[in-house]
Design a protein around this ligand. Sequence first.
Ligand code: C2E
Ligand code: CA
Ligand code: CA
Length: 598
Amino acid sequence: MQNNFRAAGNCGGALNTILNDNEHKEGINVIDKREVQTMLIADDRDGCLRLKNIFGGEFATFETNGGDEFFTLMTAHKVDIALVNMKLPRGREFMLRLKSDDHFLEIPVLALVNTTEEGARALDNGASDFLIRPFNEVIARHRVYNALDKFSADRRLAKAKLVQQSLAAPDSDELDHLTGLCNREAFYKKSAALMHSDVERKYFIVYFDISCFKAINDLFHIETGNLILRTAANYFKRQIDPTVGICGRMEADHFVVCVPQDRINIGSLLEGLDGVIRDLDISHNILFYAGVYPVNNIELPVDQMCDRANMALKKIKGNYMNRYAYYDDGMREVMLQDQMIVRDMEAALRENQFAIFLQPVYNVKTDNIDSAEALIRWFHPINGMISPGKFIPVFERNGFIVKTDRFVWESVCRFIKEQREQTGQVIPISVNVSRLNFYNLDLLEFLLGLLEKYDLESWMLKLEITESAYTDNQHQLMSIIRAFREEGFPVLMDDFGSGYSSLNMLKNLPVDVLKVDMAFVRELEESERAYMILKFIMMLARELGMDVIVEGVETKKQLDYLVSLGADKIQGYYFSRPLPIPDFKQLLEAKRLEHERL
Ligand code: C2E
Ligand code: CA
Ligand code: CA
């Protein structure tokens, strides 16, 4: 098709260069009253010429004889009015799009027709009006300007209605009974209306939550909880000007506001909120947190905006330093990824997508492999290998970790057995035992069952428990660890030094090995303190008769430091990354041969 769009001399970028003096119709004084508006003319060649002749002086005109540029033009330029011949190749489609696509709804479309009947049909199809050929200049002008006026009046009216809707006091069934703020549905409705009433203005959706509301309800009378909620609600009512913003309560202790970005300072709002709650003199530290979604697309349903603000909130809830956080698209990706993980996890276990990798622990004194740690990997059929850092936290939240941990333990037992059969040697392997397993009464029974099934002894399977498990339920943990050790399972305290209660814990917890948290090693070279703490840990372990494994050793320099501190068991990329089973077997074999040669 030949180039059927003519960027007629007057339709370059800058609109103020468009007015063509010799085409300017003297005596029709419209230009000084209006800003130059843009007109799209879609017609055959003659029609375009004629209409451009009539309107070219007052409008920036874009002309097309049909084809894809219809759509390109409409989206690339802010078109104020379109004159369309529906008989053009894609005229009807164009007309339908204009009437269905949100972007175009506000544009008046005049059909270019040959007869009144055609015109009537066009009106049925959603045209604002029509122009009959041959085009009469006076009538054409009249109808075009009428259509524009009507549209802007409609728009004004719609806008006024939206403002009215959004700012009208909520009906009683729109109110949250406890606090008098908007309830969830009313908040969604009014916020959407508010944002649409002034599309140029930038809004925030801010989601608020109290750090420990459940505890307050448990510790105090329910009335105390209600008092806090009402106090917070009253504070929001005072702070958020009702002529520009909306406040609502979603449920429980979740509040939400929709306000123009230039009318809120979230930091000071939170400070003020803390103040009024502190004045209630409740002997409990009550802190509000906020997640902020800066609205960049007002077409997004408000419930989704709230979800995004809430996502930002979850990032920082419980963090004393950061009391509010902004949403960014990365959070949405994490959420989508988490959803994928939950959706696919059962199938993954059924279809054998999980595998174990083994990372050796080196004994630098004997220059041999002391043991290894089993680390799970997920080979997803579509997304490739997913790292445990992504799916383990999700499994820990939804409980699926109990199943995958058991899968790992069994794979490890099978491996140890095979290895013994093939080489006559046993290499002990440590497995991670997520704290969720402690809630299963048959945990020990399950482990002992595995030993029996694969004809193994308990010293071959080491159990790694993360330090943070200690804070959950100390007595329960202590008795479980005792039971493990009574059965002969070596117990390792994983990530030692990463939590809060390390030293206190050592006093009570009878573990065999401390696995020093990687963070110390990472800081070893820069921080004298990290060095001193490590030195102290090594000394303490020695005194208490515990072994130490240092994890995360990546460089020779780190290794040298650690050796100088007396560390002998090292796990880290410097020696080996976690390996697939066949590679790990090869490594063991190579080490064996090396020692044979010596
Ligand atoms: P973790 O138990 O502390 O395991 C050590 C992690 O450090 C592993 O990450 C390992 O690949 C990594 N690592 C080892 N040496 C180095 C090093 O030199 N430099 C660096 N930067 N990293 C090193 P991975 O395999 O990604 O596992 C991450 C975490 O996921 C594990 O931390 C553990 O908490 C969890 N996890 C892995 N497998 C399992 C499992 O089967 N069950 C449970 N409950 N958790 C598991
Ligand atoms: Ca571990
Ligand atoms: Ca660790």
